[in-house]
Design a protein around this ligand. Structure first.
Ligand code: ADP
Length: 917
């Protein structure tokens, strides 16, 4: 108000006066708008306020007084004619009448302005209506071009001034762009002036997007002044809190919002921190007490009410001694506790606190000495130890349990912990023990990855690491999934939840492989582990355990093997069965079921006996139960009823089955259908028996016949000879021929009977086998044949012959027959006979080779049959046709074989074998 020149005092009530001032013209407005406004108003315009009625000057601003040269007193007597010499009052009234009638808001004229000293200058004058002291007046604002320049200079000066104030100053245009900013504004926002001048409020104040800014602008235009708090975004993106005073200015035809901003960020943060501290104090779980030197409580936080049952107000009336029986009195606090607190600046007490109802609780009171406004206080944090004490106990128990677990694990389990990122591995004592080392043998098995890797069986290394990698990679799959936009939106969960989700998807490491032990042998182990990942999904740890599964593996293999056997049993195309230790049958295969036509249920236990022939049941049962008793394999035959009621013979074989420890477990067995075989065998036996009987009869007949025939034959021969001797010559020639034939036939019959007797005696009268040199037998034979040999001049050669285990007489007989035939069936050439042998170990193949007439191949078998002769009865000296049959029988008795090879006209070779194995 002191800058304002009042020339007329119109006695108006104060309130009204203020009201009119608020609606004032530029000058007044400027006067009212503080320092900046004053500078501006004073330096820029000459303003004259003129009463519309009598055209008296009612107010001049400082600049008008200075420029016009009139004193205040003089000015009060002026009318426009004094400053505008080119027009009289009437002309002036005419000029301003559209204004007074409110037809137009403003008139700007060019006029000659005269000063008190008579000097004149051309100026622009802006005239508009204004209110002054409740009176409608005209406001003449002189717009001198030279003045304008001057005002720009002023502005520059102002800028210089404002540039160096610590508050930030902004001049802002209607479109929010900056018209001017001072150094502090640049500093506060972190931009250069050039940068800021190309920006606007909308760029730095998130509170004012363009639409809001526009509203703010019109609001400011009306209100003219506002103080507000906002935050500005700096070049670095941070926000600075600012407290602002904002003015609306019109400068010539331009309108501006001019704001001064003070950075209150630090203050704001301090305030927020304070608020937080207050909130923290009030929401702290510990009771907080501020105590005076005498123990009087001057502050207490909210929680105290819950802990002590007293209200806050009640506590604020109390002394710490009232709630802690351990501090007997306020005096004690003052005289003993306070001095030591002061000395040590802070102490921790273990006190018992008492609630309103008299109950107590143990607490730890941590007390700090603080100085505040030159006064000293004790700030105590009282922590209820009840739960903590209990938790401590629990923790101790848990710790002990944990210790036990670790010890247990260490002993029994091969626990390990591989820190993937650092490469360290920790092996529990159990791991070392598993491999035959002492639990603490760090030298034998150091805590390195190498210690593990080098022990894996070469064939298993690849598999182990591939499985580890698979487990590590399982997280990658998850992150990829979560990275997927849709999924990521769907799973906007907390990190913790996300982590737990990952854990559930991660594939644990699990693998079976072989590890080398201390004694260089390999054991089978199963390792299991769970990988841990960092937030980026990299594996950091693999923790797990390894167990020796060698035994389990063996038994599993055994089971697999037995299952395989079982499968094979089931696939056998013959009835099979399994019985248990209690002798009950527990399994029969499909073949059994198909054969008997009974259901499985009907035959389990001892039900199968129902299909066994009633006559065989007792024996079957007895043999089976005896086998169970003795735990021995068994074999038996029974007749088993087929689904159609027919019985067939089966041979059942039961093998003892044992468990892993070798204990008797029952039998597994199968029954083979031997019906056809048995039938054939029976038929064969029956035939054999019949044959043996007939053979025996025949032999006996042959023997008896030949023996009994000898006697009458001898008589025939004897009497024929007698007749021939005594009366042969008396007989007619014809009769003599007849008598000769009788004698000849009798001789032949005698030979036949003798040969037959020999033949029949081979089996029945043979001698025990004894070792004999075959050459000796040959020599006997040749000796017997001496006459025939000489007569035929036969050349007989032989190899060295082996010792054989035979009936020597019969071997002699064999050689004799063969050599005799070789001579007998001679050709015209000189008789050459060779007796040889091929021996392999004790198997001897003898042969008798001649150069005789030979035998047609088709008779190679026939000639060994009795009475079979190829050549006529009398050809080649004749024979009975029994010789080769005798040879065959002898060789059969020796257990060998006889056959021949021959070529007509070239000779025959007879072979026979003697096997003394
Ligand atoms: P036989 O008393 O007729 O000799 P064998 O049983 O000894 O009766 O011989 C049967 C037949 O085999 C003879 O009749 C003869 O035709 C023929 N045979 C046997 N040995 C020879 C041989 N070495 N060479 C030619 N034929 C032979």
């Amino acid at each position: 108000m002191e800058n304002e020149l009042k020339m007329k005092s119109r006695q108006q009530p104060k309130k009204e006066q203020e009201k009119s001032e608020n609606k004032s013209s530029h000058s007044i407005l400027h006067t009212h708008s503080g320092e900046v406004g004053d500078n501006f108003a004073n330096s820029l315009n000459e303003v004259y306020v003129i009463d519309t009625i009598d055209l008296n000057f009612v107010c001049l601003n400082k600049r008008a007084i200075t420029k016009s040269g009139y004193s205040i007193e003089e000015a009060s007597l002026l009318t426009p004619i004094h400053i505008l010499p080119q027009m009289n009052d009437e002309q002036f009234r005419l000029l301003v009448s559209p204004l007074v009638d409110k037809l137009i808001p403003k008139i700007v004229i060019e006029a000659l302005l005269q000063r008190r000293d008579g000097t004149q200058s051309n100026v622009e004058i802006q005239i508009q209506l204004t209110q002054f002291m409740g009176q409608e007046c005209l406001e003449l604002t002189i717009l001198d071009t030279s003045e304008h320049k001057h005002s720009i200079y002023e502005l520059e000066r102002y800028k210089f001034a404002t540039d160096n104030t610590t508050d930030a100053v902004y001049w802002v245009r209607e479109d929010s762009s900056f018209f001017y900013v001072n150094n502090s504004a640049c500093k506060m926002l972190g931009y250069s002036r050039e940068q800021l001048l190309s920006m606007g409020v909308v760029d730095i104040d998130p509170k004012y997007p363009m639409d809001v800014w526009k509203k703010h602008w019109s609001n400011m235009k009306q209100k003219r002044f506002m103080s507000l708090e906002t935050k500005h975004r700096t070049a670095s993106g941070e926000f600075r809190f600012a407290s602002m005073e904002v003015h609306f200015y019109e400068y010539y035809d331009e309108e501006f919002i001019v704001g001064t901003a003070r950075d209150i960020t630090d203050a704001k943060y301090t305030q927020m921190a304070l608020q937080k501290t207050q909130a923290a104090l009030d929401t702290a779980t510990d009771v907080i007490l501020w105590l005076q030197t005498d123990g009087k409580i001057i502050y207490v936080n909210d929680i105290a009410h819950n802990r002590l049952d007293y209200t806050r107000d009640e506590i604020l009336e109390m002394n710490v001694a009232d709630i802690t029986p351990d501090i007997e009195s306020a005096e004690l606090f003052k005289s003993e506790i306070w001095p030591s607190l002061e000395a040590q600046k802070g102490m921790v007490f273990q006190f018992t606190f008492q609630r309103k109802d008299g109950s107590t609780f143990p607490a730890e009171m941590t007390t700090h000495l603080i100085e505040f406004s030159e006064e000293k206080f004790a700030c105590s944090f009282v922590r209820d130890l009840t739960e903590i004490n209990q938790a401590h106990l629990k923790l101790k128990e848990l710790h002990e349990l944990n210790q036990t677990m670790i010890e247990l694990l260490s002993v029994t389990d091969g626990v390990w912990d591989w820190k993937v990122d650092t490469g360290e591995v920790w092996y529990a004592p159990g791991w070392r023990k598993m491999l035959g080392y002492a639990g603490d043998d760090i030298k034998g098995i150091p805590n390195t990855l190498e210690a593990f890797d080098s022990r894996i069986h070469p064939d298993d290394i690849k598999g182990v690491w591939a499985t580890v990698q698979e487990s590590f990679d399982s997280i990658t799959g998850v992150s990829q999934e979560v990275n997927d936009k849709k999924l990521a939106e769907k799973h906007k969960e907390s990190q913790e939840h996300h982590q737990s989700k990952i854990t559930s998807i991660i594939k644990p490491f699990e693998h079976e492989f072989r590890l080398r032990t201390k004694d260089k042998s390999y054991i089978w182990v199963r390792a299991r582990g769970m990988p841990r990942f960092d937030s980026a999904g990299n594996p950091v740890r693999l923790v797990g355990s390894t167990n020796d599964i060698t035994e389990a593996k063996k038994s599993r293999e055994a089971i697999e093997e037995s299952e395989e056997r079982f499968k094979q049993l089931a696939n056998l195309n013959t009835p099979c069965w399994i019985t248990e230790i209690d002798s009950n049958c527990t399994w029969l295969n499909q073949q059994w079921i198909d054969y008997t036509g009974q259901t499985l249920e009907e035959q389990l236990g001892f039900g199968w006996l129902d299909a066994v022939h009633p006559d065989d049941v007792d024996q079957t049962k007895t043999i089976y139960l005896e086998a169970v008793q003795n735990q021995q394999n068994f074999e038996l035959e029974y007749r088993l009823r087929r689904y159609d009621g027919h019985y067939r013979v089966f041979r059942a074989r039961g093998s003892v089955s044992r468990d892993r420890k070798g204990y008797f477990n029952g039998f597994t067995g199968f029954s083979i259908d031997i019906h056809d075989q048995r039938e054939a065998q029976l038929a064969l036996e029956r035939e054999k028996e019949a044959l043996a009987v007939s053979n025996k009869d025949l032999q006996e007949f042959a023997y008896v016949a030949s023996h009994d025939l000898q006697e009458p034959l001898r008589k025939i021969m004897a009497f024929s000879e007698l007749v021939k001797e005594e009366s042969g010559e008396q007989l007619a020639e014809e009769s003599q021929k007849y008598l000769e034939t009788v004698i000849e036939s009798a001789k032949r019959l005698k030979q036949l009977v003798s040969d037959l007797l020999t033949f029949s005696r081979i089996s029945s009268r043979g001698k025990e086998f004894a070792p004999v040199n075959a050459k000796k037998c040959l020599d006997y034979a040749l000796n017997n044949l001496e006459f025939a040999i000489q007569e035929n001049d036969a050349q007989i050669t032989s190899d060295e012959l082996p010792v054989v285990l035979v009936d020597a007489n019969q071997l002699t007989m064999l050689f004799q027959n063969l050599v005799s035939n070789a001579i007998k069936y001679r050709s015209d050439e000189k008789v050459k006979i060779h007796i040889g042998v091929h021996s392999i170990n004790s198997v001897h193949k003898f042969y008798v080779q001649d150069n005789g007439i030979g035998i047609e191949p088709q008779y190679s078998k026939k000639i060994f049959e009795i009475f079979q002769r190829l050549h006529g009865r009398y050809a080649c000296g004749g024979g009975t046709g029994i010789g080769l049959a005798i040879c065959k029988r002898i060789i059969e008795r020796f257990g060998g074989d006889i056959w021949m090879e021959s070529e007509i006209g070239k000779g025959t070779t007879f072979y026979f074998t003697i096997n003394n194995d």
